[in-house]
Design a protein around this ligand. Structure first.
Ligand code: F6P
Length: 546
């Protein structure tokens, strides 16, 4: 058996200083922090690349910030940023460069991987995507029977699904409403069955999106899609050429599946799945919103990349966001972060962030193979406002757990409707105010509340939040927001000294499922060699399904 991983002690001076500093700051209330420093609401803000971050309602002082920034310096953040941007193989367990930033680099940039400039290839794929998207959008690309495509179904899972779904929902306002977009990810047959409900195979195009083109869920759904499509098109196998395209890094598997590699859009092993929505994996997004809007999305990403790479750490949005959530995660023991977009179009943004943050930083082993000395990736979750206010906000306001929140709002709505937007934004500001300042027993009593009810109606406050305010939800703005969180994750991964770009933790379940599938399907009672719980569950399932 391999030797157990040993906890690593943390030699960084700033970490020790922060631990000592926490003892003072944790006792301070945001009411006091604002009373003694009334200007913090103006000072503790950063505006860059069109995003305004108010981080003043955090349980920090100037000294906290100074120490957190020192921690970033001591962790070598600047050098690590350069290492990522310049294509060093910083994903050490998979020996890969991490270059999602190259996907949005301008045409004249040079980014070398193993001595080769990858930017021309990136733009060549973008150009092919643009021409294909245009042919589908204009009706020039015809299905097998000569009818134009009206439905686009993306089949993928994880990064090959969450990015496309999130971006489609986020940019729906900009989408071609004469086309229907659906997304299939789950191996649960219901997902596929519902996605094709009411659709005509003659007008339906499938995009099979999978970096590896071997993922069980995606390949199973793709086979079912092919069967459904071919059956709907008179059983003619040749119809696949007009109704299936692939997005993958694996041309051999694409060909094996029966998709002509002329209809394949490639990307590269230096793009992680959860960092791929701006690669060819974004083909459904591009068909939905058009190439111009897609390029605007990429420009937004790139602007945030440049900001992250060049802005001083104290005015660097992803760095600040990363340090602040690390402060709660590692010193206050907060286990989660709520992301609360007050924008209906961002309804899948929290789900998207879950893979980005948790698959990246859900690690307990350092780059050198030791056990981390402190907690890593917090649990990200959330729902769009104001819906969350009527369900889980109770716990954030009055529960026993500390839940730092990121509020995301837009000054201008895409759908002006009477007073709706002012009401929406009033709720953002009210929630951050209520969380920070609460309501004291004295205030509750002064309202004439009977004594016995007072404790129930008190709001302790001192609940931290960030507010991110953007002008309006455009493709650029979406790119900036996603890149903001990508680089926040990177910042934290550097400080925790972990590999944010592998995902070995998803492997064991996949392997065990492959072993169990034949046991569920066997005609004869199989000989089971699992634990007694798993054996009994398998036997029970076999009996029930019979
Ligand atoms: O199982 C996890 C994962 O590897 C993710 O990292 C990835 O986004 C997803 O599966 C899908 O992988 P693929 O694009 O290769 O089908």
């Amino acid at each position: 058996m391999a030797a157990p991983v040993q906890p690593q002690t943390n030699p960084r001076a700033a970490w020790k200083a922060l631990a000592a500093h926490y003892k003072t700051v944790s006792k301070l209330h945001l009411r006091e922090l604002f009373a003694t420093d009334p200007g913090r609401g103006e000072r503790m803000t950063v505006e860059a690349v069109g995003l305004y971050l108010d981080y003043s309602k955090n349980r920090i002082t100037d000294e906290t910030l100074r120490l957190l920034l020192q921690l970033a310096e001591e962790s070598g953040l600047k050098a690590r940023i350069e290492a990522m941007f310049s294509g060093e193989k910083i994903n050490i367990t998979e020996k890969r460069a991490v270059l999602h930033t190259a996907l949005r680099a301008p045409k004249d940039a040079t980014i070398l991987v193993d001595g080769k400039n990858v930017v021309p290839e990136v733009h060549a794929v973008l150009d092919r995507m643009a021409s294909f998207s245009e042919r589908v959008r204009s009706g020039e690309w015809k299905g097998h029977t000569g009818r134009r495509i009206r439905n686009v179904i993306n089949i993928g899972i994880g990064g090959s699904d969450l990015g496309p779904v999130m971006a489609y929902e986020a940019l729906r306002y900009y989408s071609d409403r004469s086309l229907t977009f659906r997304f299939v990810s789950n191996v649960d047959g219901t997902d596929f069955a519902e996605a094709v409900q009411g659709l005509d195979a003659a007008e339906t195009l499938f995009i099979v999106s999978s970096k590896t083109f071997t993922t069980l869920e995606t390949m199973t759904n793709a086979q079912s899609a092919r069967a459904w499509s071919v059956a709907g098109l008179g059983g003619e196998e040749s119809s696949v050429a007009k109704h299936f395209v692939a997005v993958s890094t694996n041309a051999a598997e694409v060909a094996k599946f029966g998709i002509d590699t002329a209809n394949m859009f490639g990307f590269w092993d230096w793009v992680g799945g959860r960092y791929s929505m701006d690669s060819a994996i974004g083909l459904s997004t591009m068909i939905a919103v058009g190439a111009e809007n897609f390029r605007a999305l990429l420009r937004g990403f790139h602007e945030m990349d440049e900001h992250f790479r060049t802005a001083p750490l104290e005015r660097n949005l992803p760095v600040l966001l990363g340090l602040l959530s690390l402060w709660y995660n590692d010193f206050f023991g907060a286990e989660t972060v709520a992301v609360l977009p007050y924008e209906q179009y961002l309804k899948r943004f929290p789900a998207y962030l879950q893979q980005l943050t948790m698959e990246s930083n859900g690690k307990h082993v350092t780059l050198k193979g030791g056990k981390v000395a402190h907690d890593t990736g917090p649990i990200y979750w959330g729902e769009p406002g104001t819906n969350g206010q009527h369900s889980f906000y109770q716990l954030i306001h009055q529960g026993t757990r500390l839940i730092p929140c990121d509020f995301i709002a837009f000054a201008k709505t895409l759908n002006p409707l009477g007073r709706h937007h002012d009401m929406l934004l009033a709720n953002v500001f009210a929630q951050t105010e209520a969380l920070a300042f609460g309501k004291t027993p004295e205030q509750v009593k002064a309202e004439g509340t009977p004594a016995w009810l007072v404790p129930h109606r008190v709001f302790e406050g001192n609940r931290p939040s960030n507010t991110i305010l953007v002008d309006r939800l455009t493709p650029e703005a979406l790119g900036k927001l996603v890149a903001l969180y990508e680089h926040m994750v990177f910042t934290q991964g550097v400080i925790w000294n972990i590999d944010s770009f592998d995902q070995w933790g998803v492997e064991l379940g996949k392997v065990l499922a492959q072993r169990i599938i034949p046991e569920l399907e066997a005609g004869e009672e199989p000989e089971l060699k699992h634990d007694s719980s798993t054996n009994t569950l398998i036997r029970r399932y076999r009996k029930l399904k019979a």
